[in-house]
Structure formats: C-alpha cells, structure tokens
Design a protein around this ligand. Sequence first.
Ligand SMILES: *Cc1c(COP(=O)(O)O)cnc(C)c1O
Length: 340
Amino acid sequence: MAYIKLNLDALFHNLKVIDKKSGGNFAVVLKDNAYGHGLEEIGSEAKKFGVKRAVVRNFKEAKRIENFFPYILILSDTPKVNNFCYALNDIESIKKTPKGALVELKVDTGMHRNGVRVEEVKRALELILSQKAVLKGVFTHYRSADDLSSELFWQREKWREVKREVKRFCFKNRLPLPHFHSSNSATLFRAGVEDGEFARVGIATYGYLEMDKIFNPPLLKPVLTLWAKRISTRTLYEGERVGYGGEFVALQKMVVSSYDVGYADGIFRALKTTAAGKILGRVSMDSIVLEGQKDEVCIFEDVKEIAKEHHTIAYEVLVKLSPTLERKKDSAQIPAALED
Ligand SMILES: *Cc1c(COP(=O)(O)O)cnc(C)c1O
C-alpha cells in the first residue's frame, strides 16, 4: 500500500527553530489532520517535544488528541461544556454559548473572515460574561503576514488597541486576564511574537514557510514524504500506449511498472512527475505508471514545486492527502529540545 513517511528528525528540527524564535511560547496548529500529516502521529511527537497547546478545527479532532495536550483550542465548532476551548467567531454564537463553556474570543482586525469587529469587542465581552462562559483567550489572525507590505503593521496596531480594551474590561469586572495570541508561522518569523503572547504555528511545523527572502526565512525541513509500492510490471513494445486515453506512447521497447497511488489518495490527477521520474500517461484513481521496476518509489519529498506547478500552495497539496494512507514514523531521535 502507498504510505506516508514522517521524518521525525525534520519535525524536531522545525519545532526547535520555532521554539527558539518564539521563546518557547507557541501552540502547534494540528487542524485538518495536522495539515495532512496525521493528527495523532504529529500530536504525540509534539507532546514529546514539550508542546502544551494545540489548535484544531473541530470537536472530533480535539477528542483524538485530548490526552496529548492540557490546552486545546477548537477554531470552528459549536461550544459545549468540556475541557476544550472554543473560538467564538461572531456575536450570534456568543448568545448561544452554554454556561460554563471555555471560550476564546476571536477579533476581526482586518481579515473580515471570522471574529467580532473591533467596535463589538466590549459588547462581546459583556455577552460572554452574561452567558457565564469562561473567557480563556482573545486572539486575532493576520491576513498578509507573508506579503511585502505594511499591512501587518496597521493590523497589529488595531490588535494592540483590542488588547488594551480587553485588559480594561477584565480589570473593571475583576476577571482574570485571558491569554492573547495573534502570530501564525509567517508573522512569527517576520515580526516575532508580541510580549506576553504565544504564536499559533502551523505550516512551519511541517517544514514549509514561503516568504520573501528579505525577511530572512528560517531553514525548515519538510517532514512528509509520499511513497508507493509496485503493483505490476510489463514490457511495452514500440508504439504501445499507457493508461486512460493512451496519452503516453512508447517510442521503443521499455519496462514499466504500475504503483499503488492515485488521485483517490489525494495526489493531483494532473500531476506529471514524481521524485522517481516522469508519470507515463494519466494518473488513475488508484495507480500511476512509471518506467522501471523498483519495488518502492518516492512520489514526493518536497511539495513546493508541485504546488507552484499547480498554481497553489504547499498547504493545499498536503491537506488533500487521504487520511486513509498509512503514516509511518521514520527515525526517532531524542527530541532536540530535550537534549539541551
Ligand atoms: C491555520 C491557522 C493558523 C496557522 O497558520 P500557518 O500559516 O499554517 O502558521 C493560525 N491561526 C489560525 C486562526 C488558523 O486558522
């Protein structure tokens, strides 16, 4: 069966770089099956490294890693009363929050996707208080941290104002101060983490962070490689064609093999090459054909080029990988952070 290999040395290298840059203050973003890498697999290793906070998409994901992290933030699901913390993304959802639920208020400082507006922050805090929900955090998300522009900085000014307002409110109402967080991977490596905050780091954990050279991006290592196994081998004679539509024509006698990975596993149907060579003909649902007869081939070890070729970003290539592919951990050094 095709499978994913997770390079733990690379993972620990990345975590160490993130740990250093954030002064040890970061949450690992594990949403969407840990960006396709495997939620439990990456979660358990992040725990070994000493990460205490995780961010996921929904309750189902949080459940799967509940034993690994003392603090788990759910980005978009209906708040319930349990040990997880739920992001509140608008005023309506605050009104429906049950008494005793742990919540974080998301503030829209310019991305205009989720969160309450800056002008609504006070009202949101009052509503949270009247619902008797427990305010654990307040956070925002930047829309252009990786762009060469000053956008990040005006958004950050707004965010600082929000923090002052939240602090005033909590002081007045004798509430404990919630924690604050705003930096994703690109923001962390471009501008650091604000005093007293922690960063929410996704893509850098997995070894990808594409930002302008001018920001001096860190050296990160891709964690995931995709492998496929040989199904069958045959000899093609001159003029014979391969696969649907017969797109590939053998110009001479050659040996080819099929491998057990296809677009059902999440690779693009339009994919043309693998780390082991050119794909002959079209990608099928469950197989591809390559020249040669190796028992096992690497499909990709770095998705940056593939992403570029397909006019997308590494995130999309990674999260599309089927959750049913087996994830195998490779190498198991002592986590770098524990060595020092
Ligand atoms: C996905 C996500 C992140 C992580 O972003 P990266 O660019 O992968 O570091 C952080 N915060 C929120 C709210 C997110 O949705």
